[in-house]
Design a protein. Sequence first.
Length: 337
Amino acid sequence: MQFAGSHILSIQQFEREDVEQIFTIADRMVPYARRERITRVLDGAILGSMFFEPSTRTRVSFGSAFNLLGGEVRETTGFESTAIAKGESLYDTARVLSGYSDVIAMRHPKEGSVAEFAAASRVPVINGGDGSNEHPSQALLDLYTIRSEVAARGRPLSQLRIAMVGDLRFGRTVHSLCKLLNLFDGVQVVLVSPEALRMPADIVESLRETGHDVLESERLEESIAHVDIVYSTRIQEERFNSQEEADLYRGRFRLNQSIYTHHCEPNTVIMHPLPRDSREHARELDEDLNDNPNLAIFRQADNGLLVRMALFALILDVVDQVDTHARDVGWYTAGRF
Ligand code: NCD
């Protein structure tokens, strides 16, 4: 695809070679994310960041990625702090904000809203999550992480076995990840969820049409026994009618160190888009896994910087200039990545 000036709204806009290109550029961002070098390639550029739903990682890593390339960030969070609370339309907001920004990252609770916003925007818009629909940059950083974690364990990506666990109905990260896996061959996918929270049928169907081996299950232990990756997800309580309804499912599939030891193959990688719900009644990923070296959740979050830097460099067409605007840094940088 032509990246320069393009919106990033859905994983479905990518070909496999586009994904490879993003990953190659993400690899080149490591010294900048590690603060070994700094680049000012986006000096003067402005990222407009509009997050209408709670966000820690996505919002801050989009902002930090832009800062690490030398650009500045202007942001709004929540509806109350914007004129949408006064009745302004997405169209008007997009027309206005795109006059102040070079690129916009946006999250909104309604499916399709980011595309609607993008249609009115004069600058590229990146979907940071639209309701339960899609979260393309998360899927990219997830696959980037899967790729590096399986390689580190000497396993081929071409025979990937992955279990996705939890709220597969409303979880936009797993929706986008499945669509991304459709660009690859021969993946074994186990979809573990309560009956009411199954992966949407059209996504399951498209995995099968690609030729992937797909199994749906309601039993955690046997489903995680023969996979390379366990990808756990949070019950998306904000998409339910009530907390009581979400409570029916919270805590149904809990992975902890004991279950891991008894049921997983050695070195099975544990992932989660985060946040994990660490409250007593939930705990889909127990904190007793924190010292397990196969817990990749924080490496996964770190990789968000690399992938988002790569996306900005591609969309703003500065890939070849990143290193020419760079220099070494002198401050203390130990402990990152
Ligand atoms: C996810 C999201 O917002 O969809 N978080 C994230 O962006 N890393 C997952 C979640 O909220 O459960």
